[in-house]
Design a protein around this ligand. Structure first.
Ligand code: PHE
Length: 327
């Protein structure tokens, strides 16, 4: 079959794109000439097979190399022709690729985490699907407590719920770690709210918990002041008033003044002795403070967003405004 070698090489050398594609099948395809040649070796008498096999493989490799070279040659020529075309402008910018960016909530969360870790806090996580025990019971909110009405809960069929705040992670942390404790818990929370410009069924909080010997209200207020100053980065009028939450005593509300009035962003207080007990910590020996920052609200204040729905609305025109901060 060797006499056909020149014929094959000549066909390859003369082929244009479409002919080359045909030749691929004719030569190397299932019933191609070279495939047949290699297969044919098996029919030869045993003593001839070795040499014939080697020769057949060598020939096939040679033709394949010529084929590949021709294909490259045609591709190079096509590119050269394209570059030489009179309307080709190499200075024209290529297609623009859109780059993803971080969501403003992620940006602010990361900043807060940096701030608190620099003050010695560690980041803890907890589940979004919680039990009644962690979300209410252990936080001193028993079944008949009126505070349960204020937290319109998404209950699941199995008796669990979507956590209404990040506070259940206070209990989980105390049960897992020994004091001194300094933790933050950024996380998503859910409430069955009527959605409007300032209420969403899904929002973010950042819980904080500090437990040690001799922790006082002064420590709490100092930490909260530092935090607000760093995060909001402008002079703000802050108001502190008593706040009621069953899991703290005393409890406070830190509000920030905005054009639309006071915005509650930082409820906090001294951890209630019963909550420490539920976490396995002796309230005679330790005290602590906790806060539940409204992370979503901090984001709104920071960027002057007046409709909470835009944050999870998925409208790219809204999100693109944060391209610079999200990089
Ligand atoms: N968990 C409370 C809420 O979501 C906020 C809070 C946390 C208050 C910690 C005091 C201490 O309403």
């Amino acid at each position: 079959m060797d006499h056909r070698k020149d014929e094959w090489l000549a066909a390859i050398a003369a082929a244009d794109d479409s002919r080359l594609r045909e030749l691929d099948g004719e030569l190397f395809g299932k019933s191609g000439d070279l495939t047949a040649l290699v297969k044919g070796v098996a029919q030869l008498p045993k003593e001839e097979r070795r040499d014939a096999g080697r020769a057949a493989n060598q020939l096939k490799a040679e033709i394949q190399a010529a084929y590949d070279a021709r294909r490259q040659e045609l591709a190079d020529a096509a590119l050269a022709a394209e570059l030489a075309a009179p309307d080709f402008d190499p200075t024209e910018p290529g297609p623009k690729h859109s780059r993803g960016t971080l969501h403003p909530i992620t940006v602010v969360r990361d900043e807060l985490v940096d701030l608190f870790t620099s003050m010695g806090f560690t980041w803890q996580d907890g589940p979004e699907v919680e039990s009644d025990f962690f979300n209410f019971e252990a936080l001193n909110i028993p079944a008949d407590h009126p505070a349960r009405d204020s937290q319109d809960t998404f209950w699941l069929d199995d008796g669990n719920l979507l956590r209404t705040h990040t506070s259940p992670v206070q209990i989980r942390t105390m049960q897992r770690m020994k004091p001194p404790l300094k933790v933050i818990v950024p996380g998503r929370c859910f409430r069955q709210e009527t959605v409007d410009a300032t209420h969403e069924h899904t929002f973010y909080q950042m819980e904080g918990l500090v437990v040690d010997k001799g922790v006082s209200t002064a420590n709490l207020l100092h930490t909260m002041k530092t935090c607000l100053r760093e995060i909001l980065r402008r002079d703000l009028v802050v108001r502190c008033r008593p706040g009621f939450f069953p899991f703290v005593e005393p409890g406070f509300e830190l509000d920030v003044k905005t054009e639309r009035g006071w915005m509650e962003i930082l409820p906090c207080g001294m951890v209630h002795p019963r909550v420490l007990q539920a976490g396995g910590i002796d309230p005679e020996e330790y005290t602590g403070f906790a806060f539940g920052m409204g992370l979503t609200r901090v984001v709104m204040l920071r960027y002057g967003i007046d409709d909470i729905r835009t944050l999870s609305g998925g409208d790219l025109r809204f999100l693109r405004q944060f391209e610079e901060v999200g990089r």
